[in-house]
Design a protein around this ligand. Sequence first.
Ligand code: MLT
Length: 270
Amino acid sequence: MKCRLADVDLAYDIAGASHNPTLLLVHGFPHDRSTWAPQMRALSASYQCVTVDLRGFGESSAAPPYSMDQYADDMAALLDAIGVRRAVVAGLSMGGYIAFALWRRHADRVHGFVLADTRAGADTEAAIERRRQSIAQLHTAGVEAAAASLIANQLGATTRERHPELEPMLLATVRRASEDGLAGALDAMIARPDSTDTMATISVPTLILVGDEDTISPPAEAQRIRAMVAGSRMDVIRGAGHVSNLERPAAFNAVVSEWAAAVFDPAQAH
Ligand code: MLT
């Protein structure tokens, strides 16, 4: 389905009954909504699951500006378009950075958070330098040439050994993105603010997940968020790297289901 906003068309999918609480699943970089397929399949029995391609990714159109605030505003506009007042927002990695911006700008739309394989801090100088090199490569050599390096180290060692099919799947998501969308997201991540101070303001139920083999946003980063978000819960997904929802979907879904059943009253989720 497509949702037309003022300056962009967002591609999205909805699965599950509309009377159930909504779970908005926000993908990481450089992915698209297809990476949430295992959650759509399993969690739509209890939730209205919504996946969306961020501007510049997947089947959404590419249109500047690119920033965490703009992506967050897009998520709020999508919720408006589908008639959802509040959602549990699950964000993986860059999806988590967007979740923090959503909280700063549209806290009333958030019923809870699932923060997966993400970090509160801003980029280090080394990360900024790596992103600048990726932007230069995208502009000089194109998406195809940059694709492999953009997903380097995302899958954990266990996944690379046991599920070799996931690497081509992630590469396919990069190829569906536009050069502008990828470069714009890299710029947006460079420019994103440090969200550390935001953590203490989060007052909705929050689940923090991280793969034990995540070397990009390692468990210590998840632990840092856990320590700052009052009442939050953290679980480690064994045998998963940076894309824990895709690498160990059954374990990921089981924790989300169990946590959500414990903390949400379905009658108050809208
Ligand atoms: C992601 O998965 O969204 C990226 O690894 C985030 C990042 O590069 O900081």
